[in-house]
Design a protein. Structure first.
Length: 165
């Protein structure tokens, strides 16, 4: 099983596999923590299929949705959250519910989390804090690296990062 400490420079080249078929546990033999970033669409469903296989193989599964937040207001009489941030987090909760439905019975063994943050969700720090060994991300066409989080995860964590089509 790969180490799960953060900021390991020599580990930055790990996990550059583009997954198109089923994902096994890599022969590690032990249970490891797997995080899946779910987004609506066919690639989001594909990521959940791969995650379900890993969960059925005994891996600990976390399903995440991301809720990027707008800049907090520094002035004004209205306190608390802005309507935009509230709406984004509510939509992320709806996406988590969709992920539960897609996973079916596997959802009973998974943990579900919404990551919110400004200007974007703190995925890399969350991966480090939870000792995640493998992160499955949906592949995005027409973007360098296939997903904007892949590069930062590979740079800032020692987790294996896999892009799923």
């Amino acid at each position: 099983m790969p180490p799960t400490s953060c900021n390991v420079g020599c580990m930055s080249t790990l996990g550059r596999t583009l997954v198109e078929g089923p994902v096994g546990d890599g022969g590690s033999g032990g249970s490891k923590r797997v995080a899946v970033v779910f987004e609506r669409g066919s690639t989001g469903a594909a990521v959940l299929r791969e995650a379900a296989e890993l969960a059925n193989a005994g891996q600990e599964l976390w399903v995440l949705t991301l809720a990027p937040q707008a800049r907090p207001q520094k002035w004004g009489r209205a306190g608390g959250e802005g309507p935009y941030n509230i709406a984004v987090r509510q939509e992320a909760e709806v996406e988590l519910q969709e992920a539960r439905e897609i996973l079916g019975s596997v959802a009973e063994r998974a943990m579900f989390t919404v990551l919110a943050g400004y200007p974007r969700a703190p995925l890399a720090s969350w991966v480090c804090e939870h000792s995640i060994a493998l992160v499955l991300l949906p592949h995005r066409r027409l973007t360098v690296g296939g997903n904007p989080f892949a590069k930062s995860l590979r740079k800032e964590t020692s987790a294996e990062v896999r892009l799923v089509r």
